[in-house]
Design a protein around this ligand. Structure first.
Ligand SMILES: Cc1cc2nc3c(=O)[nH]c(=O)nc-3n(C[C@H](O)[C@H](O)[C@H](O)COP(=O)(O)OP(=O)(O)OC[C@H]3O[C@@H](n4cnc5c(N)ncnc54)[C@H](O)[C@@H]3O)c2cc1C
Length: 472
């Protein structure tokens, strides 16, 4: 006989969703162990965009979407390299999960938005962002008598005859019919980044994580104790940043011109951040942003729009401003010697160690396209501003701001944790950023991480409850 029915490790969106679903599915005693002193993890800090296909909200807004469309979008974005069964389950659960969140009291702006390159707008936008979602889930958990034990960092799984039968914090052991690992990612753990996310480790001392200190990657350690398969190596969602400030900047201003160390452009700079991220990983993670004196002149800078889709990206948001690429910061960084400059593109190339003939050719072609309003790389015409007023500047950027880590426990469509042979480990489930490979390597759209956290949290909680009811 176990002490409790279901033990959930972590109180972010995945853990809270799992615990609530377990109670709703008939588990009588559910406890969440939370390492931090408060509820919510990285989920609480998030922007609150969450993916769901076929939601009531979409139907009201006249958006014809379906699980099948989402399945195809996710598979296509990842060149059909995802686990099809897991993706199909995620797509099927995503819409009902948003409706379920609404039923629990989560509030959303009425019209879903597009979170990237998906075929239909399917990103629900939470009022009060991630904190709004967590507050609603925490209230629902309280109403269902789910205990959240704060300051309890689980360090050990209890195993009997190959079955996970509980977990421990130091000498304190708690037995449970099922354990759900929802302890988030490893963005705050430099050793784990070096081992599991080497493309980001390359950023050196520029590297930083925008999420919670509690993202230690304990899921990997706990899983390894019981022979779990770790998957999703070197994946995640990260941003290109100049290292001027440690401010979260999701979208780069469209007018920037980015070149690689060979002096070549490789992407339309107004691309979605997941596309910039992926291309940056494939090309070594270190680049230069080029601009001319117009970027430092407040009046001239205003003449070119900063972002696609207007200055407000999502409903309920304040005006978007760039914490890095504004005239004040740029002038400060030039004065501090952080941004090399020169009177000609060729001299600038020498200053930053890029082949001068290539950089001259790249900028000449860019300028020609900008003057004609047609960019070879497909940048939107409104962002095309020729580099023609010296001095010219080149700021180094690196893939250096981690938002989500993608390596973790491999799960099956029932959110069961798999062992090295791909077989479910009895009694053990996982959801959210603790898992690996579910939506990677190409982050399919904004909202995908909260989306899979909540959806597989529900699946894990429901299945964990079934185990306890069956008397496991
Ligand atoms: C600034 C920012 C904005 C973002 N915006 C979005 C967005 O709009 N949409 C989107 O989809 N994604 C977004 N993300 C990503 C998303 O927030 C996370 O991937 C997601 O919230 C992870 O949820 P989770 O429940 O798996 O983990 P978390 O929310 O991180 O929760 C894990 C919890 O487990 C606890 N824990 C860790 N180890 C242990 C242990 N051993 N024992 C007990 N407890 C433990 C942690 O303290 C934490 O509270 C954003 C991330 C950041 C940082």
């Amino acid at each position: 006989m176990s002490d409790i029915d279901v033990l959930v490790i972590g109180s972010g969106i995945a853990g809270l969703s799992a615990a609530i679903a377990a109670r709703q599915a008939g588990a009588e005693s559910v406890i969440i162990a939370e390492a931090a002193g408060g509820i919510g993890g990285a989920s609480r800090l998030s922007s609150g965009l969450i993916v769901g296909a076929g939601t009531a909200m979409q139907a009201t807004a006249g958006i014809a979407d379906s699980a099948e469309l989402m399945f195809r979008d996710y598979m296509n974005a990842n060149q059909w390299g995802l686990d099809g069964g897991v993706t199909r389950r995620l797509a099927a659960e995503s819409g009902p999960t948003i409706d379920w969140l609404v039923s629990l009291g989560a509030e959303f702006h009425p019209t879903p938005v597009s979170g990237g390159y998906e075929t239909q707008p399917r990103c629900a936008v939470a009022i009060d962002e991630g904190q709004g979602l967590i507050d609603a889930l925490a209230r629902a958990a309280r109403n269902l008598d789910i205990d959240v034990a704060l300051g309890q960092r689980v360090d050990r799984l209890l195993v009997k005859d190959g079955v996970v039968v509980g977990a421990a914090v130091g000498d304190d052991e708690l037995s449970a019919s099922a354990v759900i690992i929802a302890s988030g990612g490893f963005g705050s753990n430099p050793e784990k980044i070096a081992e599991f996310y080497p493309s980001l480790a390359k950023a050196g001392d520029w590297l930083w994580y925008v999420g919670e200190d509690g993202s230690h990657g304990d899921a990997i350690d706990l899983g390894q104790q019981v022979g779990a398969r770790i998957t999703g190596h070197d994946t995640g969602c990260s941003m290109l940043a100049p290292g001027f400030t440690r401010s979260h900047e999701t979208y780069l201003p469209g007018w920037l011109v980015i070149v690689d160390p060979d002096g070549q452009r490789f992407i339309a700079e107004n691309a979605h951040y997941s596309a910039l991220d992926r291309q940056a990983v494939l090309r070594g993670g270190r680049f230069f942003v080029l601009f001319d004196s117009q970027a430092l002149d407040p009046e001239a800078a205003k003449a070119t729009p900063f972002y696609a889709g207007g200055s407000k990206a999502y409903p309920g948001r304040t005006e978007r401003t760039s914490p890095n690429w504004n005239p004040d910061i740029l002038r400060e960084m030039v004065a501090a010697g952080r941004i090399p400059f020169a009177d000609s593109i060729a001299e600038l190339a020498v200053a930053v160690g890029v082949p001068d003939d290539q950089l001259e050719a790249t900028i000449a072609e860019y300028n020609e396209g900008a003057q004609a309003g047609l960019d070879r790389m497909g940048k939107y015409p409104e962002f095309l501003r020729p580099l023609e007023k010296s001095p010219f500047y080149a700021a180094e950027i690196r893939l250096s701001e981690i938002v989500i880590t993608g390596t973790g426990l491999q799960i099956d469509p029932e959110a069961r944790v798999l062992d090295a042979l791909g077989c479910p480990i009895p009694g053990l489930f996982a959801a959210g950023e603790a898992t690996g490979g579910v939506i990677w390597p190409f982050y399919p759209s904004s909202g995908s991480s909260l989306g899979h956290g909540a959806a597989f949290g529900r699946v894990a909680g429901t299945n964990a409850a079934a185990r306890s009811i069956a008397g496991a």
